[in-house]
Design a protein around this ligand. Structure first.
Ligand code: FAD
Ligand code: NAP
Ligand code: SF4
Length: 683
C-alpha cells in the first residue's frame, strides 16, 4: 500500500476540537496577489489547488492587524468588518476543496517599509530606511486589541484559525530582544516584561475566539542575531504561550537581518529541525518544524525520529500543488521539487512582483495560465532538452501533441548539468529527475538523446512546428593570447572537468563566474564534499551555534580554508555580484569573502601570458598588473545559439525560439521554463 510509505507524515493530528488529516502545514508566503486587483479571486484558486492537493492545513501570507503594522504601504490589513468580506472567497474555496486554512497575523514593527512604522523603541533596523516611532504604553495596549480584533474578523471570514507571527524579527521579536526593546515600563526591562506582548496577544485572542479555533504561535526558536534569546528564554516563552492558549507552536528561525542563510538552496535540507527537536517535551502542544524541508522522505524521517509533530513546507507548494497527494499515492518521484532558489518567489516579493515559481510558472497564475488539451494535436519537434525545451516538450505532450525532443547530449538538462555540480546547488538535480520522470510518463513524447539535429533532418521529419530550445554558446571575450592552454571555459571546468591549477583567475563575475569561483575555492573539482550535504560542517562555516551557549545561537564562523587562490575579475566598476538574486546574492558574496577570493573591478583584459593575465584599470588603462595564474577560466557571458532558425524558416517551417536560443542576455532558468511552458500552452 502506498500510504505505508509515509505513515508519520500522513497520520492525522487530533487537536481536540478538530482533527487535521495529516502532518503537513503549508507555511505562510506572501504572493503579491493580496494587493493585486482581482487578487483575492486568484488567491482563492491558488489556495484551493493546494487544498485539493492534500495539504493538512494552509497558512496564508501575513495580514497586518492595523495600518502601522503593514509591511509596506499597500500590504493587506484586517481591522474592519468590511475588510473581512474579500477573504470569504478564499476560505469558501479552500473548504469546498476539503482543506483548512489559517490566516497569519503579522505586525512588521520596525521592519515596515513606510514612515509610520512603530516599535518598542525608536531604533532603526539595518534593513529598512525608516526609523520607527516608539509605541507608548497605551499604544501597546491598542496594538494587542488590534491583534484580537484581527483574529475575530478572521474567524468571521471563515478561517479555521490564525497564526500569530512571533519570529523573523518582526514586532513581537523586537519586544522580546533586549537589543531592540530599550523600554523601562511594564513592556520592557525584565524578560517577563519583554514577553508580555506575545503572551497577552495569545491570551486575549484565545478569550475572544473561543476554544474551537486554531491558534498557531510562530515562535522564534533561534534568532541568529547577536543578543537574541537564550534557549531558557525560548523555552519559557513556549510554556507561557501554551498556557495562554496556543494550539500549536511553529518554529521560526533567524531574523530577516541575520547574516546566516536560513532557506537559500545552499542551506542543508532540514538544517534547523534540531531546534524544534530540542523543544520536544518542554510543552504539551504539538510542535511544527520548518526550513528547507522539500521532500516527503525528509519530512517523514523528521517525524519518525520525533523531531516534531508536524512539518511546515511553504515554497514546495509553489513548486507542486499536489505534493501531498503524490506522496500519498506512492508517486513521490513525480513531485516537482522546490530547489530553494528563491528566484521567482522571494526575489519577486522583494521586488514588488507577484510571486510564482521557477520550476512551476503556473503557481499564482492558476487562473491565467491554463494547460488545456490541444484542439488539433500536432507533430512538434523540440530541439534542446535544457530547461526551456523540457518545459515546452512535456507541456506540449501533456496537451496531447505528438512531440519528439532532441538533444545532442547524452542526458537531458542542458546547462543544469553544470549548475547542479556547484556546491550548494545540489537541488537542481531534482528538476532533472522531475522532467525525466514526466518524459517517461507521457506516451506522446519521444526523447532522442545523443542526437544533434540539423535543419535538413528536421525538414525530413515532417513536423508541423519546430521549437528551437538550443540554448547558448559561451561569449568569446577575445583576449589576446587566450589560445594559451592555461585558458579554459566554464564548460571545460564544470562539464569536461579539465584540471585546474592552484592559482586561478576568473574572467567575468556574473552568476556563472560566482558559481565557478565557489566550485574551485571549495575544492569541489577534487571531490571535496559540499558543506550543504554535511550539516555540522555547514553550521561551523556559518557560525550557527547553540542558543544554550550563546544567545541567539550566533557563533564565530569557522570556514574551511580555501582550496586554492581565486581572483574574480570584471570590467565594470562597482560591487561584484550586484546582479545576483535579491535574497541570495549576499550569501554568494559572503561565501567568496569567507574563502578569501580577491575581487577586482574596472579591469581591462590586456593579454594572457605564460604567467597569468595582464590587466590594466579604468578608461585610462593605467596601473598595468600581472595577475599571476596557473589557470584562467572564461565566464564572460553567453550568446544565443540559433543557427537552425534561418534555414528552417526559409524552408517554410513554423519555428519558435525559446530560452537562450531566443535571448541570452539576462537569461535564467526562470525565463527559460516560463517561456517554454507559455509557448506550449498556446500551440
Ligand atoms: P540550455 O540549458 O543551454 O540547453 C540547450 C540544450 O540544447 C543543450 O542540452 C544542448 O545540448 C541542446 N542543443 C543545442 N543545439 C542542439 C542541436 N542542434 N540538436 C540537439 N540538441 C541541441 N539559472 C538559474 O535560473 N539559476 C541558477 O542558479 C543558475 N545557475 C547556473 C549555474 C551554472 C554553472 C550555469 C552554467 C548555468 C546556470 N543557470 C542558472 C542558467 C540556466 O542553466 C540557463 O539559463 C538555462 O539552462 C537555459 O536553458 P535553455 O533551455 O535555454 O538552454
Ligand atoms: P552574466 O551574468 O551576464 O555575466 C557575464 C559576465 O561576463 C559579467 O561579469 C560581464 O561583466 C562579463 N562580460 C560580458 N561581456 C564580456 C566580454 N566581452 N569580455 C569579458 N567579460 C565580459 O552571464 P553568466 O555569468 O554567463 O550567466 C548566464 C546566465 O545564467 C545569467 O544571465 C544568470 O542569470 C544565469 N545564472 C544565474 C545564477 C543564479 O544564481 N541565479 C547563477 C549562474 C548563472 P563585465 O562586462 O563587467 O566584465
Ligand atoms: Fe522553490 Fe525556486 Fe520555486 Fe521559489 S522559485 S518555490 S525557491 S523552486
Amino acid at each position: 500500500m502506498p500510504m505505508a510509505a509515509y505513515p508519520n507524515l500522513l497520520a492525522p493530528l487530533d487537536l481536540g476540537f478538530t482533527t487535521l488529516p495529516n502532518r503537513v502545514l503549508m507555511g505562510s508566503m506572501h504572493t503579491g496577489l493580496e494587493e493585486a486587483p482581482d487578487g483575492f479571486r486568484k488567491l482563492a484558486a491558488f489556495y484551493a489547488a493546494r487544498a485539493r492537493g492534500g495539504v493538512g492545513l494552509i497558512v496564508t501570507g501575513g495580514v497586518a492587524p492595523n495600518l502601522v503594522g503593514r509591511l509596506e504601504p499597500r500590504a493587506s490589513q484586517l481591522s474592519y468588518g468590511w475588510q473581512a468580506g474579500k477573504h470569504r472567497g478564499v476560505t469558501d474555496a479552500v473548504h469546498a476543496a476539503g482543506g483548512r486554512i489559517a490566516m497569519q497575523i503579522l505586525h512588521a514593527g520596525r521592519y515596515a517599509y513606510h514612515p509610520l512604522s512603530v516599535a518598542p523603541s525608536a531604533t532603526r533596523s539595518p534593513i529598512t530606511p525608516f526609523k520607527p516611532r516608539a509605541l507608548t504604553g497605551w499604544g501597546v495596549r491598542r496594538t494587542i486589541a488590534a491583534y484580537v480584533r484581527c483574529a475575530e474578523l478572521a474567524r468571521r471570514a471563515g478561517y479555521d484559525g490564525v497564526e500569530i507571527m512571533g519570529s523573523e524579527g518582526y514586532l513581537i521579536n523586537q519586544f522580546i530582544a533586549p537589543q531592540t526593546n530599550l523600554r523601562d515600563d511594564e513592556w520592557g526591562g525584565t524578560f517577563e516584561n519583554r514577553i508580555r506582548l506575545p503572551v497577552e496577544i495569545v491570551r486575549r485572542t484565545r478569550e475572544a475566539v473561543g476554544r474551537d479555533f486554531i491558534i498557531i504561535y510562530r515562535l522564534s526558536m533561534l534568532d541568529l542575531v547577536e543578543g537574541g534569546s537564550t534557549w531558557d528564554e525560548v523555552v519559557a516563552l513556549a510554556k507561557a504561550v501554551e498556557a495562554a492558549g496556543a494550539t500549536l507552536i511553529n518554529t521560526g528561525v533567524g531574523w530577516h537581518e541575520a547574516r546566516i542563510p536560513t532557506i537559500a538552496t545552499m542551506v542543508p535540507r532540514a538544517a534547523f529541525a534540531w531546534v524544534t527537536r530540542r523543544m520536544k517535551g518542554e510543552v504539551g502542544i504539538p510542535l511544527i518544524t520548518t526550513n528547507r524541508i522539500n521532500d516527503p522522505q525528509v519530512a517523514e524521517t523528521l517525524l519518525a525520529r520525533g523531531d516534531a509533530d508536524m512539518v511546515s513546507m511553504a515554497r514546495p507548494f509553489l513548486a507542486d500543488a499536489d505534493f501531498v497527494n503524490k506522496a500519498a499515492a506512492g508517486r513521490a518521484d513525480e513531485i516537482n521539487t522546490c530547489i530553494a532558489c528563491n528566484q521567482a518567489c522571494l526575489d519577486h516579493t522583494f521586488s514588488n512582483k507577484q510571486a510564482t515559481c521557477l520550476v512551476n510558472p503556473r503557481a499564482g497564475f492558476e487562473t491565467d495560465l491554463k494547460i488545456a488539451p490541444a484542439a488539433v494535436p500536432k507533430r512538434v519537434a523540440v530541439v534542446g532538452a535544457g530547461p526551456a525545451g523540457l518545459a515546452a516538450a512535456t507541456t506540449l505532450a501533456e496537451r496531447g501533441h505528438r512531440v519528439v525532443l532532441f538533444d545532442g547530449a547524452e542526458r537531458i538538462g542542458g546547462q543544469f548539468n553544470m549548475a547542479r555540480r556547484i556546491p550548494g546547488k545540489e537541488e537542481f538535480t531534482e528538476t532533472l529527475r522531475y522532467f525525466g520522470r514526466r518524459i517517461e510518463l507521457l506516451p506522446t513524447l519521444e526523447l532522442k538523446l545523443n542526437t544533434r539535429v540539423d535543419a535538413a533532418a528536421l525538414q525530413a521529419g515532417a513536423f508541423d512546428e519546430v521549437v528551437l530550445a538550443t540554448g547558448v554558446l559561451p561569449r568569446d571575450p577575445r583576449i589576446p593570447g587566450q589560445e594559451n592552454p592555461k585558458v579554459l571555459s566554464y564548460i571545460d571546468v564544470l562539464l569536461h572537468r579539465k584540471p585546474v591549477g592552484a592559482r586561478v583567475v576568473i574572467v567575468g563575475a556574473g552568476g556563472i563566474g560566482f558559481d565557478v569561483a565557489e566550485y574551485l575555492v571549495t575544492g569541489a573539482d577534487r571531490g571535496e564534499p559540499s558543506a550543504t550535504l554535511h550539516l555540522d560542517e555547514w553550521k561551523r562555516e556559518w557560525g550557527v551555534g547553540d542558543p544554550a551557549k550563546t544567545p541567539g545561537g550566533v557563533e564565530r564562523p569557522q570556514p574551511a580554508a580555501p582550496a586554492r587562490q581565486v581572483t574574480l575579475l570584471q570590467r565594470k566598476a562597482g560591487k561584484h555580484g550586484a546582479g545576483l538574486g535579491k535574497t541570495s546574492g549576499w550569501v554568494h558574496r559572503a561565501t567568496l569573502k569567507m574563502k578569501n577570493v580577491e575581487m577586482l573591478g574596472g579591469v581591462n583584459y590586456e593579454r594572457v601570458t605564460d604567467d597569468g593575465l595582464f590587466v590594466t584599470f579604468g578608461p585610462e588603462r593605467k596601473d598595468g598588473t600581472l595577475v599571476e595564474a596557473d589557470t584562467i577560466v572564461l565566464c564572460s557571458g553567453q550568446e544565443p545559439l540559433r543557427e537552425l532558425a534561418g534555414p528552417l524558416a526559409a524552408a517554410g517551417i513554423k519555428v519558435h525560439l525559446i530560452g537562450g536560443a531566443d535571448e541570452a542576455s539576462e537569461l535564467d532558468a526562470k525565463r527559460a521554463i516560463d517561456q517554454g511552458t507559455r509557448l506550449a500552452a498556446a500551440i
